[in-house]
Design a protein around this ligand. Sequence first.
Ligand SMILES: NC(=O)c1ccc[n+]([C@@H]2O[C@H](COP(=O)([O-])OP(=O)(O)OC[C@H]3O[C@@H](n4cnc5c(N)ncnc54)[C@H](O)[C@@H]3O)[C@@H](O)[C@H]2O)c1
Length: 415
Amino acid sequence: MDRRSFLGKIGEIGAAGVALSALPLAQACAPAKKEDKALTKARIGLIGPGSRGQLHLGNLQQIANAEVVALCDIYQPNLEKGLSMFPGARAYTDYRELLADKDVDGVIIATPLHLHYPMAMDAMAAGKHVLCEKAMAYTMDECLEMYNSALSCGKVFIIGQQRLFDPKYRKALESVRNGEYGPVVNVRNYWFRNADWRRPIPSPEYEKLINWRLYREFSRGLMTELACHQLQNGIFATGELPYKVMGSGDIIYWKDGREVFDNVCVIYTFPNGVNMTFESVISNKHFGMGEQILCKDGTVDLPNGRYYPEEPPKKTAIRQLLGEIEKGVFSNPAFAGTSWAPETAEDTSGISIMPEASGDGSLEMMQAFCDACISGVQPEGVLREAYYGSILSILGDEALLQRKILEFPEKYRVD
Ligand SMILES: NC(=O)c1ccc[n+]([C@@H]2O[C@H](COP(=O)([O-])OP(=O)(O)OC[C@H]3O[C@@H](n4cnc5c(N)ncnc54)[C@H](O)[C@@H]3O)[C@@H](O)[C@H]2O)c1
């Protein structure tokens, strides 16, 4: 199954030419309460009810102002799984037929990477609002074209970078950007797993359809699957773009016929010399996933929503004494004196940035998309960051493939 055989073009179906307006993100993301059921529902069509598509459908089941009216997949078992979640939805096997369905307001594209560009461009041309999964597209040119179309088509366009809708990420990143923790001195990202990334296939002809992530024709591997999520944090936190990237990538463990790297280490450098790293291996998971913004006054741990000041507040004498006793430093409490020796380690549990926030932003993103399908208003402050997250992940992959230091090409700058 080659790249182009998935594709097909439909004609121009009248995209409206209305300028995008802005709505504060908090408002765009505010979940609709079940009891406030809006009269209007977002009528959603989803292309690709595979792993991520089914997660979206699960979220849509919880969203009061959403109705899934159409589903499309070329793989029957996944189409049926989708239909079991929304039995009333119309089923298609050609995405262009779903796009021609007049009952569909908003389209979710949850297909493999190489299909994002043709499907999203066709969806915009068909006059639909679009939520397209990350990474935005396979090439930087495709990303730029999609970005420009999104600005001019008058419809809502969201890239599935859910961290941009996660309240704890947004609060932390906005605080960093406002300088609350001092200047950013380093951005550290890593994502470690210990699994081959393979999925079982019913028979060999399904290998590339199901294990598309492992093949260069359809995927850029760890860079577009994982890095794009994390790289966007550095851009959001600093408000800047790195000007160069270098790194190394290889297949070091899973030598099973795959074409994408199973091990990458990439460094992006910002104009002021600050570095942002992305490291990933899928043959050791000990350190898991980390996204850390290191500032002069403290460190922000994004996935855990915690801040670690460089100078934690001093413990009161009595708290320190109790700590010493717990650790067995003293056998008997001595309730006198203020100097305790030896010193115990500083408390490193950090400060919670937003204790009430749970989840990873995927539900908030879907709610924002449904609200935007009804209002026609683009959520503010999410497209640029997602665009650059994808551009940087592709540029990083190019640096790995070409084994060169690459500069950020100015033609992909959009601001
Ligand atoms: N935002 C996130 O955290 C996140 C997480 C996982 C995956 N994703 C993204 O979601 C997308 C899908 O990933 P996945 O793991 O769900 O893949 P998947 O293989 O499980 O699902 C893709 C689905 O698309 C279908 N499909 C393929 N070609 C099609 C075509 N021409 N027409 C209609 N349907 C077609 C497949 O049959 C499959 O059901 C990818 O872009 C991936 O990067 C995002």
